[in-house]
Design a protein around this ligand. Structure first.
Ligand code: SF4
Length: 367
């Protein structure tokens, strides 16, 4: 169960729906209003090579035919929505999943050359594409640079061999991560690359040593995601253990990170790591001692969490959430083989509480 469903003020709108044409009209109205806040974009690719045991995102294991058909549905959505945004520059794009890099070069080119041509971007827009270590290939990375992507985020989670096995990520190794990091360094993305780690799965020691291993690869950012403390059926003692782990990590990580040349970027004025945060992001310190800019796109920069109503996220893809005027708008049609037909498809609408944590803003973990 994700936070959206747990909290008050959301479930009561469960039955509300909008047609695709209705959604497009609302976007057109919103972006023509000069008072509208920033516009961010998200594309969801719900396929992975294998399923990690802790994952609650909307994704499925890879089926080649399904992937190709899905690209067709994404293209239909791009063409349907492009004129709604033709004069409104997008501030950031995040392509996530799932594992977007399971797309072939051909599929990436087909979808994202069309996407980049359809929607205008601000000059300083951060455009991020997600990888796992095993999917990083020099050719794919070069193509993304050519298409205008400026940043990569790579899910590593841990460097511990036993933990990787337990996570069902046994195809990953420190060597495969190091190889992928080399390719990303050589590609020279203007906004660098981020490594994602997961804390809470295998104790404090695993998280600290994984952070050290990640820092040795010199990414521009390291994001430590905290394992969801509220999975369905979670046992009480497990919640207590996780909470204790996060308190200990919040005390130890900042000084370890500082020794390794990374600094904690506070979000919304927080002065220290909070064990209740969904994640902690560390940026690399440059030769001048300053932290690299925080390049996370919309997720935790200036404005999203408290001012959701003034900032919007335009999302395409199955179960991806758009955020529009304080509501989440979700295309729930996840059956393989179903196309995107603007005449017949409809979206679920959920009203959001005013203050929300940023965790699910770009995730697509709607069941
Ligand atoms: S954690 Fe990432 S790679 Fe693993 S199944 Fe979930 S989306 Fe896929």
């Amino acid at each position: 169960m994700n936070p959206c469903q747990r909290r008050g003020g959301v479930a009561q709108d469960r039955a509300a729906r909008l047609s695709a044409r209705g959604v497009k009209e609302e976007w057109t109205r919103l972006v023509s209003d000069r008072a509208a806040g920033k516009l961010h974009a998200y594309v969801h690719i719900p396929f992975c090579a294998r399923r990690c045991v802790y994952c609650h995102h909307h994704t499925q294991t890879l089926q080649r035919g399904a992937l190709q058909a899905y690209c067709g549905r994404l293209l239909s959505q791009v063409r349907f929505y492009e004129d709604a945004f033709s004069r409104t520059p997008i501030s950031s794009l995040f392509v996530g999943g799932g594992t977007p890099a399971v797309l072939s070069c051909r599929q990436i080119e087909a979808v994202f050359s069309c996407y980049m041509a359809a929607f205008p971007f601000r000059d300083d827009a951060v455009r991020t594409f997600e990888f796992t270590p095993g999917t990083v290939e020099a050719e794919k990375v070069r193509l993304l640079r050519q298409l205008g992507f400026s940043r990569v985020s790579m899910g590593v989670q841990t460097f511990g061999a036993a933990t990787l096995q337990a996570m069902n990520r046994g195809d990953q190794s420190p060597r495969s991560v190091s190889r992928a990091a080399d390719i990303l360094h050589r590609a020279g993305f203007p906004h660098g690359f981020n490594l994602d780690l997961l804390a809470g799965f295998s104790g404090v020691e695993d998280a600290l040593t994984s952070f050290e291993s990640a820092a040795r690869l010199e990414p521009s950012q390291i994001t430590v995601n905290l394992l969801d403390r509220h999975p369905d059926g979670a046992r009480k003692e497990n919640l207590v253990r996780l909470h204790d782990d996060f308190i200990e990590l919040a005390e130890k990580l900042p000084s370890l990170a500082a020794d390794l040349g990374y600094g904690f970027r506070p979000v919304l004025g927080a002065l220290r790591l909070l064990p209740t945060d969904p994640d902690w992001t560390f940026s690399r310190r440059g030769a001048d001692g300053r932290l690299a800019p925080h390049m996370y796109g919309w997720r935790d920069t200036d404005d999203v969490r408290p001012l959701r109503r003034r900032n919007s996220v335009f999302a395409i893809g199955h179960s991806a959430r758009s955020y529009l005027l304080g509501r989440a708008i979700i295309w729930e049609d996840t059956k393989a083989g179903n196309g995107f037909d603007p005449e017949s498809c409809s979206y679920a609408v959920r009203r959001l509480p005013f203050l929300r944590c940023g965790r699910d803003i770009y995730s697509a973990n709607f069941p």
